[in-house]
Ligand binder design. Structure first.
Ligand SMILES: [Zn+2]
Ligand SMILES: [Zn+2]
Ligand SMILES: [Zn+2]
Length: 321
């Protein structure tokens, strides 16, 4: 009998991958064609930039990542490209041929006039008192700005803003623009807490089993015969002699409730996904009642206080596969 485990990597494997790279924050990287990208997500899940948002949303929903607002991005409403040019146009005739005029004020004499009237031989000279203007906001300031359209000749204060998509060539205005939130993602406090406790043991076991040629995933979801999806703390698989073996491992660290319902739940999911072997690791141990049940259900039990000894026991038990 062969078991097909889902090929989608589990979200916890993703966290393990990030930590392996010493990454606690997933920072978006600007890309002129597709806006912001998340290269770590693309690389790990083998998706292109258009699919990273839905994956990150799921991770946030499951409280594995937290997100915070990082930036805003302007996108073309037609093709979603971020490769956009901005121009200013005349609000009367729509021409882009407008001239921007500045009105300068000379502090010493109080003269207010268009910049053009100050310009003389590459210098700014006050048309009234003849003194040279030296430093902006020191001896003079820009008192105002106005625009003049060279197509229709009209004057106005502020032009309209228009965007041109350099990908699909469509033009659009602010009203139609897509102006999207861009988030930065961090490994959540909950995920970090799990890392401090049980998760670090799972990572250690996963690495050890991977190096022994087992395929190993943390909290991977597997669909059972009933159609219900289950997950073990570790799902271990190995193919040998055209057979694929599936081993489900749960790890209970002190503080976990190990009553009969817990044991029955392990048995139920192992039965539904057709595990070849089901293992319960209890640190430090289970109760007498639980131990009897574990034996009845045929679950292999490893108990102990010392993690390295537990790891040794698990590895030697799995050598038969
Ligand atoms: Zn002056
Ligand atoms: Zn005009
Ligand atoms: Zn476009």
């Amino acid at each position: 009998m062969s078991n097909e485990t889902s090929s989608i990597p589990s979200t916890y494997d993703f966290i393990a991958y990030l930590l392996d790279k010493n990454v606690e924050e997933i920072i978006p990287v600007f890309d002129v064609n597709c806006g912001f990208r998340y290269p770590y997500v693309e690389e790990f899940f083998h998706v292109d930039s258009s699919h990273t948002a839905e994956i990150l949303d799921v991770l946030v929903e499951h409280d594995i990542l937290d997100r915070s607002l990082f930036d805003k991005i302007l996108l073309c409403p037609n093709c979603l490209s971020a490769n956009i040019r901005t121009i200013y146009i005349c609000p009367y005739c729509g021409s882009k041929f407008i001239v921007k005029h500045r009105v300068l004020e000379h502090f010493a004499c109080g003269t207010l006039a268009e910049e053009e009237k100050f310009k003389k031989n590459g210098k700014l000279i006050c048309p009234k008192c003849g003194v040279q203007l030296k430093k902006l906001n020191d001896d003079y300031r820009v008192a105002g700005i106005w625009c003049e359209c060279t197509s229709c000749g009209r004057d106005f204060d502020n032009p309209f803003v228009q965007h041109i998509c350099l990908n699909c060539n469509s033009t659009f205005r602010f009203e139609d623009a897509i102006y999207r939130n861009v988030y930065l993602y961090r490994i959540s406090e909950r995920a970090k807490r799990e890392l401090k406790g049980k998760f670090k043991y799972l990572l250690d076991l996963k690495d050890a089993l991977n190096s022994l040629g087992f395929e190993c995933h943390i909290k991977q979801s597997i669909t059972g015969l009933t159609g219900i999806s289950h997950s073990f703390d570790l799902t271990v698989a190995k193919s040998r002699d055209e057979r694929r073996f599936l081993i489900g491992i749960d790890l209970a660290v002190s503080g976990s409730i190990l009553d009969e319902r817990y044991i029955a739940a392990i048995f139920t999911k192992a039965y539904d996904v057709k595990c070849d072997e089901t293992i319960l690791i209890a640190m430090p141990q289970v109760s007498e009642d639980a131990r009897r049940l574990v034996a009845t259900y045929g679950i292999y039990l490893i108990e102990g206080e010392d993690f390295s000894k537990i790891k040794e026991k698990l590895i030697s038990h799995l050598r038969k596969f």
